[in-house]
Design a protein around this ligand. Structure first.
Ligand code: ARG
Length: 256
């Protein structure tokens, strides 16, 4: 009889446990059923607007991740510099914006497995006297605020930069390119794929051959949400392994 009571007790507590796990809000995302992603949609081919839709590699891959997790993707288009603070404060579940993994950022957020590589390049006018990065000293450099391009360029010459006073920060890459066309800056330092897109869309510009730096792109998460990071990471790794991610990349980046 005693044994029977014990078993009954165990069964009851197991049922309670299962029920709790099954229907309670796990706290995985800030809003139940949704995966909110912060981005800055002026960064083709990773994220850009087509009409009022945000499309691009990041937007589509995030859509596939959300699908795997059974969540509805919601994209917030914000200034690049407010992505990390927004993820830290829990306003957004994750940030995905062609974002480079840096040591400094790793102190603030956690990153997923890297899903793409980027190279910082220099855009100049076709007739520019800037032939390589050695000619950048004393020139006016444009970059998007808060990006690695801005961070490297504005560093001191001892650290390989060109000095803060020579760099003008713009709210997005498109505005930096406009400034270059208008002669307000002599060059723009930006990631290679957006650079190609901007050069293709604007006449009279070219990309210098020189590779400035190599970077890894990854998705960022709050340090308090290991569970979401793990789930998204698993989904992302599946998409990498089965070729789905490459398919999205091939759609947006045509082989040369
Ligand atoms: N890869 C660079 C960085 O992480 C630039 C990213 C800019 N992304 C954007 N969506 N505007 O700093």
């Amino acid at each position: 009889m005693k044994v029977f009571a014990k078993i009954l007790c165990l069964c009851l507590s197991l049922t309670v446990l299962v029920l709790c796990c099954g229907c309670g809000d796990t706290g995985l995302t800030t809003e139940e059923g949704k995966l909110t992603m912060a981005t800055n949609a002026e960064f083709p081919p990773y994220e850009f607007r087509e009409g009022d839709k945000i499309v691009g590699i990041d937007a589509e891959v995030a859509g596939l991740i959300a699908e795997k997790l059974g969540l509805e993707l919601e994209i917030a288009d914000v200034d690049f510099e407010s992505i990390i603070p927004g993820v830290q404060s829990g306003k957004y579940d994750m940030g995905m914006a062609g974002m480079t993994v840096t040591e400094d950022r790793q102190k603030k957020v956690n990153f997923s497995t890297s899903y793409a590589k980027g190279i910082q390049v220099v855009i100049v006018k076709e007739d520019s006297d800037i032939k390589s990065i050695d000619d950048l000293t004393g020139k006016k450099i444009g970059a998007q605020q808060g990006t690695t391009g801005y961070i490297y360029a504005s560093d001191t010459p001892e650290n390989g930069g060109y000095g803060e006073e020579n760099v003008i920060g713009y709210q997005n890459g498109a505005l930096a390119v406009e400034a270059l066309k208008g002669g307000k800056v002599d060059c723009v330092i930006i990631d290679n794929e957006p650079a190609k897109a901007y050069v293709a869309a604007n006449e009279g510009l070219k990309i210098l051959d020189t590779e400035f730096t190599n970077e890894d792109y990854a998705i960022c998460f709050s340090k308090k949400n290991d569970e979401l990071q793990k789930k998204v990471n698993d989904a992302l790794e599946e998409l990498i392994a089965d070729g789905s991610l490459q398919k999205v990349v091939d759609k947006y980046i045509k082989a040369e």
